[in-house]
Design a protein around this ligand. Structure first.
Ligand code: NA7
Length: 460
C-alpha cells in the first residue's frame, strides 16, 4: 500500500483536478451546528468566527479522527517529548539516538514500531494486548502488473463495489472445517505468503462466525509468530490467545515480529504489570521505571462517534447528538438519525465503514446522498428526517447481524471498549457492503422509505 507522501500527493491531485479547493475552507473547526425549526436550516458556528447557514448538513468527520490519549497520571510532568500517532508532526520526527517508548500495539503501533526501532538507541514497546498481525508484503509493482491493473480498473472497481468487504477479493465458499488438516495448512501458508487482507477474506468463509474454524487460523498465526521470534518467552507474549482472529482489526505489518529479535528492542508486558504513571523521566509500571526521551502514544481513537458528538450538533427541541447517543448511537442505515432533520453522516455508526474498504464505503455514501439531494430538489422537499421507528428497525437488524458473528465479544475500538465510559456495542455494520448497498438502494427506490419528507409539492 502507499505511504503518506504518495497518498497526500494523490489527494492534492484530486483536489486540483476537480477544482475542489474553492469549496474547502482549511484550518476551520466546526464548533456547533444547531437546527432551526423556524427556518428549517442548520446554523453552523466555526472556530474562525464564521457563521454559516445551510439547508443540509453532511458530516465527513472520519471514523478515526478523535485521538485517544489515555489519562495517565503525571503526563504533564514528563520532561521529554510525547506524540500521538494520529497527530504526528508534519515535519516528521527523528528518534536517532533516543530512548523511545511506544504505548500500544494496534494497527498503528505495529506499523510504527519497526520504523522507530531502526532509529532509536533503544525502543521499549509497552504491550497490553497482542495482535494477530499478517505480513503486508508491500513491494514495488512491476510494469507488467501495473499495466494489468490499469487495464482492469473498471472491473476491479465494480467487483469491489459489489463485494462483502469492498475489496476485489474472491470470496471462498468453503469452511475451514471442510478441508483436511494438511490442505488447510497449505491454504493458510499460501495466503500468509501473499499477505494483506487476503488472509482473512480469501482463505475460508466462516472465520468470523465459527469459533472452531477461527481457532485454526489463530493457531496458524501463533505458530508463525513462534517461528519468527527467537526468544520463546517474547513469542508467547506476542501471541494472542484470549480472543478470536479478525474480531479486532487485523493489523498488517512489515517485519513487526522480526523487530523483537533486535538487541535494541524490549517488549514490556503491561497487562501483567500495568502502567501506573508517567514520571518526569519516563514510564513507571507496577514493577519498574523506564527512562525515556520520547513517548509515542499509539493508543488509538474514540472511533466512529467521538468526532461527531464533539461538534455539538443540536437537533429538534435542542437535543444534542451527544445526549441522544448517551447509551450508544442509533441511526437509520448509518446515514441519518431521528430528531436531526437534513443531516447526513458519511460512514456514520451502523454503516459498514471501517469493516470494509473505506474509500469504497465512502463513495457509496457520497453517491447515495448526492442522489437523495437531487431527488429532494426535484420534489421541492424542505425537510427529510428518519423516523424513530425506521431507526429502531435498523438498530435491531444491526444488532442481530452483529450477534451472528464473533466480533461483539472482543474488546476493541470496533466495540467501543477502548475508551473508558463509552457504551459497549459494535459500532460499524458487519453485514457486508454488498448487502448494505442493496438495503440503501431499496430505501431510495421506495422514495426514501423510513424517512418523513415535507415540502410544498408533497402537500405536507
Ligand atoms: P487501536 O487499534 O485502538 O490500538 C490502540 C493500542 O493502544 C492497543 O494496543 C491498546 O491496548 C493500547 N492502549 C490503549 N490504551 C492503553 C493504556 N491505557 N495502556 C496500555 N495500552 C493502551 O488503535 P490504532 O491507532 O492502532 O488503530 C486504529 C485503526 O486505525 C486501525 O485499526 C486501522 O483501522 C486504522 P488494548 O488492545 O486496548 O489492550
Amino acid at each position: 500500500s502507499a505511504g503518506q507522501p504518495e497518498i497526500l500527493s494523490y489527494l492534492q491531485h484530486v483536489a486540483d483536478k476537480f477544482d475542489l479547493r474553492r469549496a474547502i475552507q482549511l484550518n476551520t473547526r466546526v464548533t456547533s451546528a444547531v437546527w432551526d425549526e423556524a427556518t428549517k436550516r442548520w446554523q453552523i458556528g466555526t472556530s474562525t468566527g464564521d457563521h454559516v447557514t445551510a439547508k443540509f448538513l453532511i458530516t465527513g468527520v472520519g471514523c478515526l479522527s478523535s485521538s485517544n490519549v489515555p489519562k495517565f497520571k503525571g503526563l504533564e510532568t514528563f520532561q521529554g517529548k510525547w506524540y500521538h500517532t494520529g497527530q504526528w508532526p508534519h515535519e516528521g520526527v527523528d528518534f536517532t539516538g533516543q530512548r523511545v517508548g511506544v504505548i500500544g500495539t494496534g494497527a498503528t503501533g505495529i506499523q510504527a514500531i519497526p520504523e522507530i526501532a531502526k532509529q532509536a538507541a533503544h525502543l521499549y514497546v509497552f504491550q497490553r494486548t497482542p495482535n494477530y498481525s499478517i505480513p503486508a508484503r508491500n513491494a514495488p509493482l512491476d510494469d507488467e502488473y501495473r499495466a494489468q491493473i490499469k487495464a482492469a480498473y473498471d472491473q476491479i472497481h465494480e467487483k469491489s463495489k459489489h463485494s462483502f468487504g469492498g475489496f476485489p477479493f474472491d470470496q471462498p465458499e468453503r469452511s475451514a472445517l471442510d478441508v483436511p488438516d494438511d490442505e488447510r495448512e497449505q491454504i493458510y501458508q499460501r495466503y500468509w505468503d501473499k499477505g494483506g487482507f487476503y488472509f482473512l477474506f480469501e482463505t475460508f468463509s466462516d472465520l468470523l462466525v465459527n469459533k472452531q474454524s477461527n481457532d485454526t487460523a489463530a493457531g496458524f498465526i501463533r505458530a508463525k509468530i513462534h517461528e519468527i521470534v527467537k526468544d520463546p518467552e517474547v513469542a508467547d507474549l506476542l501471541s494472542p490467545t484470549d480472543y478470536p482472529f479478525g474480531t479486532k482489526r487485523p493489523p498488517l505489518n512489515t517485519e513487526y515480529f522480526e523487530t523483537f529479535n533486535r538487541d535494541n528492542v524490549t517488549l514490556v508486558d503491561v497487562r501483567r504489570s500495568p502502567i501506573e504513571e508517567i514520571t518526569p523521566k519516563g514510564v513507571r509500571t507496577r514493577d519498574a521505571e523506564y527512562e525515556l526521551d520520547s513517548i509515542v502514544f499509539a493508543t488509538g481513537f474514540d472511533a466512529m462517534t467521538g468526532a461527531l458528538v464533539d461538534i455539538n450538533i443540536r437537533g429538534r427541541d435542542g437535543v444534542t447528538l451527544k445526549e441522544k447517543w448517551a447509551d450508544g448511537p442509533g441511526t437509520y442505515i448509518g446515514l441519518a438519525t431521528a430528531g436531526f432533520p437534513n443531516l447526513f453522516m458519511i460512514t456514520g455508526p451502523q454503516s459498514p465503514s471501517v469493516l470494509t474498504n473505506m474509500p469504497v464505503a465512502i463513495e457509496q455514501h457520497a453517491d447515495w446522498i448526492a442522489d437523495c439531494l437531487s431527488y429532494l430538489r426535484e420534489h421541492n422537499v424542505d425537510c427529510i428526517e428518519a423516523t424513530q421507528e425506521a431507526e429502531n428497525g435498523w438498530v435491531a437488524h444491526h444488532t442481530e447481524v452483529a450477534n451472528a458473528t464473533l466480533i461483539p465479544e472482543t474488546d476493541s475500538w470496533w466495540t467501543g471498549a477502548n475508551v473508558p465510559g463509552k457504551e459497549r456495542l459494535l459500532y460499524p455494520y458487519p453485514g457486508g457492503l454488498d448487502n448494505y448497498r442493496r438495503a440503501c438502494d431499496a430505501v431510495a427506490a421506495k422514495e426514501y422509505e423510513g424517512f418523513v419528507l415535507t415540502g410544498k409539492d408533497l402537500g405536507r
